[in-house]
Design a protein around this ligand. Structure first.
Ligand SMILES: CC(C)(COP(=O)(O)OP(=O)(O)OC[C@H]1O[C@@H](n2cnc3c(N)ncnc32)[C@H](O)[C@@H]1OP(=O)(O)O)[C@@H](O)C(=O)NCCC(=O)NCCS
Length: 156
């Protein structure tokens, strides 16, 4: 991973939309998130935005709504660092829950502990499912990571 990478919380979620769009993530004409974001983090190298992640909530569970890394900084573990950051925060603040995502590139997320599930087993949380391209020209996979916080007494 890049030595001078910093990851910080960023509260101006709307200002990240153009970055996500620049990396091929779809937004409607209104450039609004499907669910209101609960938190975002940005990855910076020498103050340059090189990656971002935005998480939303669906009842007791979380949705990894968007994650993107600038093309020239891909394959350096930045996405993994961003995902680890949000998972640590959720573990600390929420305890046991699920984090869902609709992944165009499921391979990226399997190494982070996400597993594919049938769409019917997930809450209907994504605008992907109503997109005309869904299962016609675009075949994203629904994935989940079970976030389980072990209580100290259960550790031998
Ligand atoms: C997908 C994306 C966020 C990955 O970011 P990244 O910083 O390059 O990912 P990482 O370097 O942290 O890689 C994490 C893992 O995914 C793998 N990976 C990364 N890009 C991959 C690709 N295109 N295909 C398959 N595996 C890939 C890495 O090898 C790594 O696996 P490992 O831990 O077993 O070595 C980035 O390519 C991107 O911004 N793409 C455009 C936007 C997008 O598709 N977002 C995700 C929507 S589901």
């Amino acid at each position: 991973m890049e030595n001078n990478l910093t990851v910080v919380e960023y509260k101006e979620h709307d200002k990240l939309v153009d970055f996500y769009i620049s990396r091929g993530i779809e937004f409607g004409d209104d450039k609004k998130y499907f669910h209101p974001p609960v938190f975002s983090y940005v990855a910076l190298i020498n103050d340059e935005l090189v990656g971002a992640i935005t998480v939303c909530k669906e009842e007791d569970d979380f949705i990894l709504d968007e994650v993107a890394v600038k093309e020239e900084y891909t394959n350096k573990g930045i996405c993994k660092t961003l995902v680890d950051t949000v998972i640590k925060r959720i573990e600390k603040e929420n305890g046991n829950c699920n984090m869902y995502l609709v992944a165009k590139h499921p391979e990226v997320f399997t190494s982070m502990g996400f597993k594919e599930i049938p769409r019917e087993d997930s809450p209907s949380f994504s605008e992907c499912f109503t997109c005309p391209d869904f299962q016609k020209n675009c075949f994203p996979k629904v994935m989940v990571k079970n976030i389980i916080v072990l209580e100290d007494k259960k550790i031998k």
